[in-house]
Design a protein around this ligand. Structure first.
Ligand SMILES: [Zn+2]
Length: 265
């Protein structure tokens, strides 16, 4: 029985902050994404404070069907243990799946070992992987350029494709791979930094212009992006690309049906 207070085919932004300084100060929350797609509830990248944001947004963790990590970095995995406990009713109502790249499982695993027995299944994500969460289909088509094993996610739901381009350095394969109706892009930087494997605002615009989704949502803002006013950056991108670009806000709920309104033709 999967019952949620959230309408189906919505994406709730439990946090829009990313990287160390932003997460440390919680100027923006770092709770990840709650996807309600085709009757399934999926939590992606539960960073520090996710459990607080889930309850604040009146979502019910026990309705989750799965928890997923794009990668093991703390701003994506900080609350993974408490969220698995909450999904499984403290272990009293064992269920649900946990998906993560192989390096999240050791030698310094992100999940406490006692939680395994509460879960129906623990699944390792890999490049080119295709997954079926009881009818909800998703893929991890590409390994990203990031210091740890990292995969973006592409979901297929409600007749639409939703790509989550998580942390990565820019490379052309991103445009070739993430052809989707909706792009969600993690944008940490305003300016490129040679030693930091993250996307800049310019990188995000290049990806959006290359893929031409029906809409794109920017999130996971580092301090400099936040200071640069991401909503203004998004407006500029919309004007230049002709594609609707939205800067996510903490607690924002995006309805997939919005994509139909943005179709140009
Ligand atoms: Zn990262």
């Amino acid at each position: 029985m999967s019952e949620s207070v959230r309408a189906d085919n919505t994406i709730t932004f439990l946090g829009t902050g990313g990287a160390r300084i932003m997460v440390a100060h919680q100027i923006l929350a770092s709770g990840g994404l709650w996807l309600s797609l085709d009757g399934k509830n999926v939590l992606v990248d539960p960073g520090p404070g996710c459990i607080v944001q889930v309850n604040k947004r009146k979502l019910r963790a026990e309705t989750l069907d799965a928890v997923m990590l794009s990668h093991r970095h703390l701003d994506h995995s900080g609350d993974v243990n408490v969220m698995i406990e909450a999904m499984t009713g403290g272990g009293f109502r064992g269920k649900g799946k946990f998906y993560a790249p192989a390096d999240a499982f050791g030698p310094e695993p992100v999940m406490f070992s006692y939680l395994r027995k509460f879960l129906d299944e623990v699944i390792t994500l890999e490049e080119g992987g295709k997954y079926d969460l009881e009818g909800l289909k998703f893929e991890t088509p590409l390994r990203h350029r990031h210091p740890v094993e990292t995969y973006g996610l592409v979901f297929h739901a409600g007749g639409k494709s939703i790509a989550y381009i998580t942390d990565t350095r820019y490379f052309d394969g991103l445009i070739d791979t993430y052809k989707a109706d909706l792009l969600i892009i993690n944008v940490v930087l305003t300016e490129p930094r040679p030693t930091v494997d993250h996307l800049t605002l310019d990188d995000a615009e290049k990806i959006i212009a290359g893929i031409k989704p029906k809409a794109a949502i920017l999130t996971h803002f580092g301090m400099n992006v936040w200071r640069a006013h991401p909503w203004e950056a998004a407006e500029g991108m919309t004007n230049r690309t002709g594609i609707k670009v939205i800067a996510a806000r903490d607690g924002m709920v995006f309805q997939l049906s919005e994509l139909d309104k943005n179709t140009k033709s």
